[in-house]
Design a protein around this ligand. Structure first.
Ligand code: DSN
Length: 428
């Protein structure tokens, strides 16, 4: 698959005329994306239509407030854009209510907490070191500064959540809010069970489905929407839209959610991004999107199997979703995640170093890497390519300092990428 972008060549020409320095960096980044294998689990390639909408004149418009109730004149067109985006998002997830204004996942989370609980309240959420999210109570994140976070994690033996242990912890901690959702957890989350635990503990229940929103929309992961009070997401990961956030919730919460987003934590919404979100939601409503999500999961399973055949240990033994965590310690290649990230980067394969549960290393070194298949599936890689990819990753990680290996693998990577262009006419 590739995204055709008929008008972008002229848009680029205008950037080049105005600012050659930035234009050359735009070009370099486009080439990096075209010529490299993107395995960062939280990245994807939005359609050319989504990208075009983000470059539209809607960026000029102030629209503080909500459709029909703005603090500025001239909002008749952006009102329609926001209404369409909201309606499509509700349809996509079968949700009662939606807010499409959060500029990021972190801001969606901040707004959800502001809506659901008072400052200083206790929140039980997944530990970042076990695959959680930064904005779920890291001590240096606003969430951890303004709320009292207690964290749950995976079990040392299974490296999976144990819902009985989590129930015991919730009954002991008695949080005002139970949060679910992860950035590096390769197993299916049981939202029904989590909701029951929240109810029993007297907590509200919020899910951050940033990573799996596309899988949920495509029927590849159970939906949290029927079970949670509020569900936040990013729109740019598996959902494959523009960089941004969104919230869906029960109708009883929408007044609080709207007021928490604006004026709670944001001013003027990014209307050009909201237009792009509307386009992405329409794309996600197509049958081809569900098919794409199924391929993403199949590719992840194939890549996981390939790596295991090359002797790699995967956290929790594998994957149910779009990502996997690879433990690089001996008897694996015996290098850190940081070394692996750098070595693979030299071969045009992009991953991120990642802590594994109970990791003795620091986050900047880490014992593992996180690998995801959303982006390579978008550009059309299939299961047969996963076997090849596993072999390339293995070759690089067994000889991380070998410049010849990096160069040979890099050449093969570029050849495969050339057969799967993403935005072929973008700078044509
Ligand atoms: N930063 C995102 C990720 O890479 O998973 C999560 O918050």
């Amino acid at each position: 698959m590739s995204h055709s972008a008929a008008t972008s060549a002229s848009l680029y020409a205008r950037v080049q005329g105005a600012d050659p320095e930035i234009a050359s960096l735009l070009h370099a980044e486009w080439r990096r994306q075209e010529e490299g294998i993107e395995l960062i689990a939280s990245e994807n390639q939005a359609s050319a239509a989504v990208i075009e909408a983000m470059g539209s004149t809607l960026t000029n418009k102030y629209a503080e407030g909500y459709p029909g109730r703005r603090y500025y004149g001239g909002c008749e067109h952006v009102d329609r854009v926001e209404e369409i985006a909201r309606d499509r998002l509700k349809t996509l997830f079968g949700a009662e209510s939606a807010n499409v204004q959060p500029s990021s996942g972190s801001q969606a989370n901040q707004a959800a907490m502001l809506a659901l609980i008072p400052p200083g309240a206790t929140v039980l959420a997944m530990d970042l070191n076990h695959g959680g999210h930064l904005s779920h109570g890291h001590p240096k994140n606003a969430s951890g500064i303004y709320y009292q976070f207690v964290h749950y994690g995976v079990q040392p033996d299974t490296e999976r959540l144990d819902y009985d242990a989590l129930r015991d912890q919730a009954l002991e901690v008695k949080p005002a809010l139970l949060m679910a959702g992860a950035s590096a957890y390769s197993r299916t989350l049981d939202f029904e069970r989590l909701a029951a635990i929240a109810r029993e503990a007297g907590a509200k229940f919020m899910v951050d489905m940033a990573h799996i929103a596309g899988l949920v929309a495509g029927g590849q992961h159970p939906s949290p929407v029927p079970h949670a009070d509020v569900v936040t997401m990013t729109t740019h990961k598996t959902l494959r839209g523009p960089r941004g956030g969104a919230i869906v919730c029960k109708k009883d919460w929408i007044k609080q959610v709207n007021s928490a987003v604006f004026p709670g934590i944001q001013g003027g919404p990014l209307m050009h991004v909201i237009a792009a979100k509307a386009i992405a939601f329409a794309e996600a409503l197509q049958p081809s999107f569900a098919e794409y999500q199924a391929r993403t999961v199949r590719n992840a399973a194939a890549l996981a199997g390939g790596l295991q055949r090359h002797g790699y240990r995967l956290v929790s033994g594998g994957t149910d979703n779009h990502l996997m965590l690879v433990d690089l310690r001996a008897p694996g290649p015996g290098i850190t995640g940081a070394e692996a990230e750098a070595a693979l980067g030299r071969a045009h394969i992009t991953v991120n170093k990642n802590l594994i549960p109970f990791d003795p290393e620091t986050p900047m070194r880490a014992s593992g890497i996180r690998i995801g298949t959303p982006a390579i599936t978008t550009r059309g890689f299939g299961e047969a390519d996963m076997e090849t990819l596993a072999a390339w990753i293995d070759r690089v990680l067994r000889a991380p300092e070998d410049a010849d290996v990096a160069s040979e693998v890099g050449k093969a990577v570029r050849a495969l990428c050339a057969r799967h262009p993403i935005y072929p006419d973008y700078f044509a």
